[in-house]
Design a protein around this ligand. Structure first.
Ligand code: ZN
Length: 162
């Protein structure tokens, strides 16, 4: 069998409508068209399909979030967060300094709010103390994230065809 779209040999042809004309297409090309013979998909399996589609969508959204982390901002109360976490661990400023390869004076400046840590320093402190110093500003990120998670019926159909 030959695909009428790309001309390749294929073992599986699907009848799809591409820009108005019905063509026998291989699975690759079928994605570009609208599949004919729409079987009614009212089976018991449908909710599973939808939740799977949502799950995939959710995973993609999370991937997207990873790239968003560059936009994270230093929290305003970082001096308190550092000091509280350090004291909870019973570490002196010197102890914390040793853990992250910084001078005691750097720790003291951070805790006094006299110094803002750069990305690398903030990450080291976060990891050593198990706290978050950088967060995405919520009001700016929330509507964007919601828009990306919105799943339309069209999206579900697309995902099911994949
Ligand atoms: Zn093809």
């Amino acid at each position: 069998m030959l695909c009428e779209v790309c001309g390749r040999q294929t073992t599986m042809l699907r009848v799809v409508s591409i820009e108005g004309s019905e063509l026998n297409a291989c699975p690759d090309c079928a994605r570009f068209g609208v599949e004919k013979s729409p079987r009614p998909k009212r089976t018991t399996a449908e909710p599973v399909h939808v939740s799977e589609a949502l799950e995939k969508r959710e995973k993609r959204a999370q991937t997207f979030d990873v790239f968003q982390q560059a936009a994270e901002e230093l929290v305003a109360d970082f001096p308190q967060r550092i000091r509280k976490a350090r004291e909870r661990l019973n570490w002196t400023p010197e102890d914390l300094g040793k853990k992250i390869n910084e001078k005691k004076s750097v720790i003291l400046k951070l805790e006094a709010g006299q110094m803002r840590p750069d990305d690398a320093l903030a990450r080291k402190v976060e990891r050593a103390l198990g706290i978050r110093l950088k967060e995405r500003p919520t009001q700016a990120a929330a509507p964007k994230a919601a828009a990306h998670r919105g799943l339309t019926l069209g999206d579900i159909v697309k995902l099911e065809k994949r």
